[in-house]
Design a protein around this ligand. Structure first.
Ligand code: NAD
Length: 256
């Protein structure tokens, strides 16, 4: 379905971003990977799906590096047809103890990076009159949890950016939508399980059970593969008129 298209997925060396990159590659899209840590492993996993893969190591907190990445993607593959704004970090602390530099980093990586990548991707999408922008928000783009001020503010902001981008392009072939997962067992969440286990003297299993039980009625993690299939749907012709939604895949979290 996506043969000949190019998808750039930020933060795709791990977790949800890698799951979405693999799902889009499974539909034939060439992929631009981005993110820190091991690159060769994720690159080989996506290449095994028979598509072309490039990597750019832009730090998504730095607008000049995002500009460089967008130029690189255009030089490699002609243009970016599908932009998945996925890179994100978490920091947990009460508002009065929240380190200002952590606030700035969460807002820069989880929110401002999507603005920069989107503004840089739109001109080529408009010229082609086709584009898909998918923002990895969170159930925290819809509801709040204590201790996550910067994350919740960034994700609510990202849902807002999604709606504005969708509206500004509503009469074109460019759609913009957000995905709002509940808990997904990636390194980002394993750190929160570890902190719970350490604080309460619990095993990993007990801390995982408690974490799910507090918020997610299904008591199940959403998987990167499931989120990848939602991204594929947003890229399909059937989703042509799905514009500006914040679609949760959260085991019932926000339904409570
Ligand atoms: P993860 O930690 O597994 O992956 C994050 C990715 O972002 C990695 O590739 C990392 O290298 C990259 N990254 C981090 N900082 C970066 C920077 N400055 N520049 C470039 N890349 C950077 O996390 P994940 O759980 O897969 O999260 C992916 C997205 O999904 C995030 O936006 C997160 O907020 C969101 N999300 C996650 C969950 C969950 O339960 N895991 C739930 C809802 C939303």
């Amino acid at each position: 379905m996506l043969k000949g298209k190019t998808a750039l997925v930020t933060g795709s060396t791990s977790g949800i971003g890698l799951g979405i990159a693999k799902a889009l590659a499974g539909q034939g899209a060439n992929i631009v990977l981005n993110g820190f840590g091991d690159v060769q492993g994720p690159k080989a996993e996506v290449e095994a799906l028979g598509v072309k893969v490039a990597y750019h190591g832009a730090d998504m907190s730095k607008p000049s590096e995002i500009e460089d990445m967008m130029k690189f993607a255009a030089a490699q593959f002609g243009r970016v047809d599908i932009l998945v704004n996925n890179a994100g970090i978490q920091h947990v602390a009460p508002v009065e103890d929240f380190p200002p530099e952590k606030w700035d980093a969460v807002i820069a990586i989880n929110l401002s990076s999507a603005f920069h990548a989107t503004r840089l991707a739109l001109p080529a999408m408009k010229a082609a009159n086709w584009g898909r922008i998918i923002n990895l928000a969170s159930v925290h783009g819809l509801v709040a949890s204590a201790q996550k001020s910067a994350y919740v503010a960034a994700k609510h902001g990202l849902v807002g950016l999604t709606k504005v981008t969708a509206l500004e392009n509503a009469t074109t072939g460019i759609t913009c939508n957000a995905i709002c997962p509940g808990w997904v067992l990636t390194p980002l969440v394993q750190k929160q399980v570890d902190a719970k286990a350490a604080a309460n003297g619990w095993s990993n299993e007990e801390a995982t059970k408690q974490l799910l039980g507090e918020k997610e009625p299904s008591l199940q993690f959403t998987t990167p593969e499931e989120l990848g299939q939602l991204a594929v749907f947003f890229c399909s012709p059937a989703a042509n008129n799905v514009r500006g939604v914040a679609w949760n895949m959260d085991g019932g979290w926000a339904a409570q």
